[in-house]
Write a protein that binds this ligand. Sequence first.
Ligand SMILES: Nc1ncnc2c1ncn2[C@@H]1O[C@H](COP(=O)(O)OP(=O)(O)O)[C@@H](O)[C@H]1O
Ligand SMILES: [Mg+2]
Length: 485
Amino acid sequence: MSTAQKNDRIDSVSPALHRFRGLFHTLRARLIVSVALVHVVLMGMFTWEAVDRQSQELRQELIHQADSLASLMVVATTNALLAEDLASLAEVTRRVNALDDVAYGEIVDIRGYVMASTRDGRVGQKLARMRTHRDRFPLPKGDSVLDFVEAVRVGDQEAGYVMLGLSTRNLDQELAASRNQGALYIALALIIGSFVAWLLSLAVTRNLQELTVAADRIAGGDLNVRVKVRGQDETSMLARAFNSMVLSLQHSAQAIEKEHRKRTDAERLACVGEMAASIAHEIRNPLAALINAMKLLGSPGLAEDDHQEVVQIVNSESYRLQRILNEFLAFARLPEAVLTAADVTELITQTIQQVKRDPACRENIRIETRFEDVTPCLFDRDQMRQVLLNLMMNALQAISASGHLTLQVKRQGELVVVSLVDDGCGIKASLKDEVTMPFVTARKGGTGLGLSVVQRILVQHGTTLNISSEEGVGTEVSFELMIAP
Ligand SMILES: Nc1ncnc2c1ncn2[C@@H]1O[C@H](COP(=O)(O)OP(=O)(O)O)[C@@H](O)[C@H]1O
Ligand SMILES: [Mg+2]
């Protein structure tokens, strides 16, 4: 057989074998098979033992019967044998033959000639060899007659022999009947055993099935589930232990939930407190500057030059206040992004105009744009404006005297990359990993919320902010936008 043929055969056999083996994977099947097997083996041993004992007894009885009959024949034939009275001898064999279980009766004289026989054509024949033995069980195969030979003695002399054959048919029939009955008992034991095992398995597996379903529900998060406790057996004890385990699990879950709620409440309160303190702190300086400026504006002797300077202060501090409040607002209540298709370069140009109006944008800072791609992208216009504004303001604030800020838009595969490169002071190495966290700032007068808001907005757009910066050299921040379909 070729390897391919062999494999084919294995393939067709193994699923059936697999299914057959699968039957015994369940506890119920194993229980039924084991109990039924124990029943069958015990019942088989018992039946075998009983039939064997019965067979021994019946055989002994048959041998005993043959012995008695042979002795009787000897007594009845001695005189007739001596007198060579063939009619009497024939009568003896005939009578013996009429008895139950007797297959034949024969009388042989001392020379081996058959003098009387119930078997046809035997009278007058000379037996080649005289049987001197008695048959014993087991008989040779195919033989169902037990042969006996008994010598007829007159004093010390043998005068002839009586031969007797007993049929074992009745004995065999009786044993066969016993064997059949035994087989019936075995079959009954198999049926009753399997039924009892099935009932037993029902009691065990019903509880186990309930436990499995309950465990699945607990795994799905339902801790209110309980299993029914029936009776006092081991599976009921397991069910009871399971219920108390679920109860303590429920208590632990409630305690954890309570603790978690307490902690998040505390964290929220701490955050609110930190924010309130930060707002107060950030607003205090521009507000104080505004109040002082207003006082100066109201004083009568203010020179024209000074007047201009004070108006300038009012202007820049108002912008500063507005920026701070915008950042707080965006941080506290960031609405869900609504993505629409638009040209990001156009928004960048608009935002640059807005930034240029801000007093923080000094004249000696050059803002350049390099737009290599104008494909419409998906973004929330207001939120993206806030992102660009925050990033640009950071860059401008990082440039101390003079410098450059370049805004780039380029295509990268299925994405558009927006990047802002400045040659400002760079981000402090110690801050690099945490600049996008709220309230992290290295700037005097900073809120530490700008990049945190940027990051949250970008996450809503399915992207994040990449920052690469070197102290004293500059910073590049970039993010990707999806192209509109
Ligand atoms: N382009 C940049 N160049 C140098 N440092 C920057 C730049 N952008 C951000 N930073 C640093 O990151 C910090 C956090 O920025 P941000 O979250 O906007 O808060 P804030 O501007 O209020 O300080 C800034 O204080 C600054 O130290
Ligand atoms: Mg900022």
